[in-house]
Design a binder for this molecule. Structure first.
Ligand code: HEC
Ligand code: HEC
Length: 305
């Protein structure tokens, strides 16, 4: 009996040491990542303030999913709030207290294109590797919109918890956007609004976080979320007509009659897409590799709305 108790004691002590070592390693590693200072040269930016740009900025704020995280009032929302993962709030994008009062167009572009804040330190939970692919002009329109909204006084905490740090140190969350952005990429030009693959490519930035950069789908980084299906031509989407694709995004019901759960596939978030934008998305998805594999072309030609 005594031996069992002693062995158990040893095991617990070893376990304690292992946990402590993992924690110390993760803390030190993530502190190093969070506090590294980067310098990126960004040229002065002209921030528009005409009503047309502001209206466009509002539309982009919605369709590029900023609202999803920064809130309908732009004051920021809590993304995560628990003891293990920590308290992760988004930034207040208004001119109120805790917001972006002193923020220039350059600061804005540096954050959204390079993933660092005004002190040069990395953004942690802001998907800057995705916003880095949005045309600069679209981003500046969004800033114009933010500057013209009612100021909100709010400053939310951003404190990664122990599990968040461990997962990040061991590569299960992340890497930080700043580490995966191509910082030498040429500025992305705004494309004329049309039901074209080029225009759709810009909008599809909001899909690849879940459907992956090749749009072939895959498991979510967040274990409680469902994996996303293939929405390239090799998936079911390759067989849908323009109308069917649009109805799926608008109603959350696929042509096969499956209901998409908004919790996993946030189709309600896409209600702000104009029809032309939905068709641009489809044109882009259908332009991806894999179409020939399934002879969907032939299928498409024989199907009419
Ligand atoms: C998945 C959630 C999410 C989405 C989508 C998102 N953000 Fe953020 N954003 C955050 C979080 C979290 C922060 C807090 C900073 C951090 O992560 O370190 C942040 C911070 C920011 C900041 C402040 C950066 C700084 O210098 O401190 C700006 C500006 C910003 N976001 C703009 C945008 C815009 C514009 C969009 C849409 C194009 C957008 N965000 C989409 C989560 C998000
Ligand atoms: C937050 C993650 C997430 C984002 C962002 C997202 N999707 Fe999805 N999507 C999913 C998941 C998960 C499913 C499967 C849902 C289910 O089966 O209930 C899905 C399903 C779909 C389907 C149905 C596919 C099929 O074969 O039945 C289509 C179409 C689709 N998504 C298109 C898009 C488009 C277009 C975008 C961007 C505008 C997008 N999704 C953004 C997670 C996401």
């Amino acid at each position: 009996m005594r031996k069992i108790v002693r062995d158990l004691g040893y095991s617990l002590a070893v376990l304690g040491v292992v946990i402590a070592a993992v924690w110390v390693y993760s803390y030190v590693d993530t502190e190093r990542q969070y506090n590294k200072v980067y310098t990126f040269a960004v040229s002065p930016q002209l921030v528009p303030h005409d009503s047309e740009s502001i209206a466009r900025g509002q539309h982009f704020y919605n369709v590029y999913s900023c609202r999803q995280c920064h809130g309908a009032d732009l004051g920021g929302t809590m993304l995560i709030d628990n003891a293990l993962l920590g308290t992760i709030g988004t930034r207040n994008l208004t001119n109120g207290k805790g917001g972006l009062q002193e923020y220039s167009g350059q600061d804005w572009i540096r954050a959204l294109k390079h993933g660092v804040n005004v002190t040069g330190k990395p953004l942690i939970a802001m998907p800057a590797h995705e916003t880095a692919l949005i045309p600069n002009q679209d981003l500046l329109d969004i800033l114009a919109f933010c500057r013209h909204q009612k100021p909100v006084d709010r400053l939310l905490p951003l404190t990664p918890g122990p599990l968040f740090r461990i997962l990040m140190a061991f590569g299960q969350i992340g890497p930080l956007p700043v580490a995966i952005i191509d910082h030498h990429r040429k500025p992305i030009k705004r494309v004329k609004e049309a039901a074209s693959a080029d225009f759709g490519a810009n909008l599809a930035i909001t899909c690849f976080g879940c459907h992956k950069s090749d749009f072939k789908g895959g498991a979510s980084q967040i274990p409680t979320l469902r994996s996303a299906p293939d929405i390239s031509p090799t998936g079911r989407v390759g067989h849908w007509t323009a109308g069917e694709f649009s109805r799926t995004l608008r109603t959350g019901v696929t042509p096969e009659g499956r209901r998409l759960n908004n919790k996993y596939m946030p189709w309600k978030r896409f209600k702000d897409f104009k029809e032309i934008e939905i068709q641009a998305l489809r044109a882009y998805l259908l332009s991806l590799p894999g179409r020939a594999d399934r002879n969907v072309k032939i299928l498409d030609q024989t199907r009419h709305e």
